[in-house]
Write a protein that binds this ligand. Structure first.
Ligand code: NAP
Ligand code: MN
Length: 265
């Protein structure tokens, strides 16, 4: 089994990475940073996002495992004291994979087209003031958006930024992208839908921006400032991300444990 480890860079995560390498060597796992089958992320959800983007070009050939060093993570479900158990299960248990949908965008600029994949979301925001953009759904004009920005999230990213702007939480078995608004302007003159909407796998939307706006495009933890974006085509990707599951942890339990303080009654 070929594996790689990505850690957050703090001393706890680094020493856990060392511990993982030692345990892995005892089991005969092969460390291979270029072509791993399993990528172990040690840190938080942000660390897993980094690991995802490092291996995004080989996304069909890798499966991720997340270890959290702080609070419960959405992608990181192993605790720091569980590495021996995790390595034992990796060695002995047959690999079980869950696959989550990804979002894909094609950004058209005056310099050409660029493609990106997101595990959590893309956001588009105005830099100098209100973002002004027309939104088309399946090539039909849908609305003219004016406001701070737009969040396009995956189901597993629906618990992140999307949740903060009032979007719904979507189970990752529903292949979809969610379009949510950030502070849209709604008055007698300007009008947007006002609620977030979910597009299925076979639909797409285009965000067509007013010319010469400086815009901030974020792709998970990455952000890009550009003033030459013409339009952005958003889709559910045909590719999915794989997570290696050595024990079950249902999505709704994760949501409950992260957001709801459910005391015994
Ligand atoms: P960060 O500022 O550390 O992330 C913000 C928080 O989001 C952290 O607590 C992070 O967990 C958590 N998070 C990440 N992915 C999540 C998910 N799928 N479900 C629930 N919580 C999640 O920055 P980062 O670690 O580089 O993460 C980038 C992400 O931050 C972006 O993809 C975006 O979703 C989120 N973000 C949220 C807001 C907002 O809610 N207003 C604003 C900007 C960015 P960890 O501490 O475990 O990393
Ligand atoms: Mn973080």
């Amino acid at each position: 089994m070929k594996y790689a480890v990505i850690d957050r860079g703090d001393s706890i995560s680094q020493s856990l990475a060392e511990q993982f390498h030692t345990l892995a060597a005892e089991r005969g796992f092969i460390r291979n940073d270029d072509a791993p089958e399993i990528v172990v992320s040690i840190g938080g959800d942000g660390t897993l996002l980094q690991a995802f983007h490092k291996y995004v070009d080989r996304i069909m050939d890798v499966a991720f495992v997340g270890v959290h060093t702080g609070h419960l993570g959405f992608y990181a479900d192993w605790q720091k004291n569980e590495l021996p158990e995790l390595v034992a299960l990796m060695a002995e248990k047959e690999l079980s994979i869950v696959r989550y949908p990804l979002a894909e965008i094609e950004v058209e600029t005056t310099e050409g087209k660029f493609h990106y994949m997101a595990l959590n979301e893309f956001t588009l925001k105005g830099v100098d003031g209100t973002l002004v953009a027309q939104i088309n759904v399946n090539d039909e004009p849908f609305e003219m958006f004016r406001g701070d920005g737009i969040v396009i999230s995956t189901p597993s990213g629906s618990t992140a930024y999307n949740k903060s702007v009032g979007g719904a939480i979507v189970h990752p078995s529903i292949s979809s992208i969610q379009i949510a608004e950030i502070a849209s302007i709604n008055n007698r003159v300007f009008r947007t839908l006002g609620s977030s909407l979910l597009l299925p796998q076979h639909h797409h939307c285009d965000i067509i921006s007013k010319k010469n706006q400086r815009m901030l495009l974020t792709i998970d933890q990455l952000s890009i400032l550009r003033s030459d974006i013409l339009s952005i085509r958003c889709n559910v990707s045909s590719r999915k991300v794989s997570f290696a599951r050595y024990r079950p942890f249902p999505f709704w339990n994760r949501v409950r444990d992260a957001f709801v303080d459910m005391h015994e009654v």
